[in-house]
Ligand binder design. Sequence first.
Ligand SMILES: C[S@@+](CC[C@H](N)C(=O)[O-])C[C@H]1O[C@@H](n2cnc3c(N)ncnc32)[C@H](O)[C@@H]1O
Length: 657
Amino acid sequence: LTQMKYTGPEIEKSKLIPYYSQFLSEEEMKLYVEYFSRELPTTFRVNKHNRSDEFQQAAESLFDQYFQKRIPDKSQMQKLSSIPAAFQFIPSRIQLRSDENLNKVHKFLVLANESGYVTRQELVSMLPPVFLNCQKGDQVLDMCAAPGSKTSQLMEQVGINGLVVANDLELQRCHVLMHGVVQQPTPQLVITNLDASKYPCLQKFDKILCDVPCSGDGTLRKAREIWGKWSPAFALGLHEVQLKILIRGLQLLKVGGTICYSTCSLNVIENEAVVATVLGKFKNSVKVVAQEGLSELKRSPGLQQWKVGDVDGSFCEEFDSTKQKLKQTMFPPIDPLVKDQLTKSMRFYPWLNNSGGFYVCVLQKTAELENDDLSQLIENQAMNYEKLNEKTDFDMNFSKNMPLHPQKKIVQQEIIQAIKDKFQFESIFEQNDADQILENSSQRELLDIQASRVYLLNKHVQKILYANQNAFCTFHIVQAGCGCFEKHTGVRNNDKLNYRVEGPMGFLLQNTRFQMEMSLQLFMQIVKNGLQGENTSLKFDLIEDKTLVNELKKLESGQIYLVKIIGDSLTAQFINELSIMSFIGGNSIDVHIKRKPRNCLYCLLENQDIEEIIESGQAKRKANYRERREQKRKEGKGEKREKEASQKELDKEEKKE
Ligand SMILES: C[S@@+](CC[C@H](N)C(=O)[O-])C[C@H]1O[C@@H](n2cnc3c(N)ncnc32)[C@H](O)[C@@H]1O
């Protein structure tokens, strides 16, 4: 397969061509048009989600086997050695979709992405977190985070005992971010909805990702409409906010910490001009850090000299105050030291690595910022915040009058105790001195024990909520930590303290006494039985091994168990770290996996095409309806109306197919 080329009329007429001809050589301009008109390869990462390196390796191998069977030509599929568990397919998304055979791969990838096993992400978009290189336990701010693909990389880097504060100005986009991580255990995550350029100071951060809003002209390979729509006004309009966000990031960064500034634009006004301004402003306290890592990915040094393009297509070499849209900060620096540093920032042109276009610059704060009024204020606030460290008892007895964030409140110990007693687990967070469970409930009374969902947060997240509740700094928190227990309110269930584990939280129960050893074969039979998400429980009658059935019958009915697959195969390792819960009924067994992840897991482990699953599921559903109708008829309840209703159901099902 060769890469498809786009030859729409917009390319020749696009204002991008005369604009970039001012910055790039003739040879580079040829490459610019050549590469930006090609389809973008498909890239994705296998997610680790706070699990071990061995888990990620096992997952990577399983995905590799799956894809090798379907794309045997090695030139069409590569693992990206520089980025953990990242893959690149030369066929673009569109090619994958339109090719008869590759379409199956496409469908599987979509499913794996929706199920949370992989994240589809452009190669260059994976780079900023890799360069930022956060360490386990780091406290990180992601200033412009939605939709959140980089946030998930940061969470993997800092682990469950670190902190990632992911922020975005758009509330809707914050929700997209939140739903994107819902499959993951994220006790280290806080999502806030604020203007990053005025981000309040609660604390200072070890690392900051500053992936600012930009004109996006580096995404031309997938966003074709930019060819026609683009104007120099885009960058001119964004420069100021980009600069403000970077300055605020530097104010919130600890001395010695690093900040990664990035855009998916190649426009110098949004990139080098912003970086040069902060380097000029904070000469003695900020420097660019050259990046030796990821050496297999080619890059060009940042520009040192440029002209500033105005909206009318003209270019200025020097600041001219009569040109309203142009600002002094958009012009190249004069100071040779600043110029020199700009070459340590990185331009990723599409022709260098067959990717999208991107700009990345890693800056270090070497001392407190000079000439900055806000810095002292922020420093004082951060010190107040640090004093909270002295407070160890976060399980406060809030009175009703206390200012409290509407979404969060402390659950009564009674609930926590009931949960611990029920599941008999020693939380991994307790071992790390970081366990705390809060409730999310806006409508209810403060100490109401009807908590519908119980959240798990680590100590950093807890501290942010505490500070926020105490009103020395209040701001909009969209989500903190992750839901881990849900109240079970069945009709027959009068137990006020009956909680169930939520999907991805099985990992909390590693040390529970409720564990069930299971053969891989039985596990796959259970998974297969519920591929369509209906009547998922596997009846004991269908299990061949009757000794096993007798063992299962001895287990406590109605209880959930953590699945432990016997053996040390790659597959067993992978499933065990997924921490899947199984449910034992009176005469059946099931596993807690929702329909999409279940289908995806089955395809992956059995190396099956997704269509086969869907077809067999549809056939099964049809058979189920027929069986039910037949049973009703036999029971003498086959009244005309019922028949019609069930016929309707069947027709509906056939129509759907
Ligand atoms: C380039 S996107 C970020 C992509 C994200 N880092 C990722 O990897 O998924 C820029 C984001 O900045 C947000 N944004 C725009 N202005 C902002 C501001 N003043 N403060 C915070 N976020 C802002 C936009 O809503 C958008 O989601």
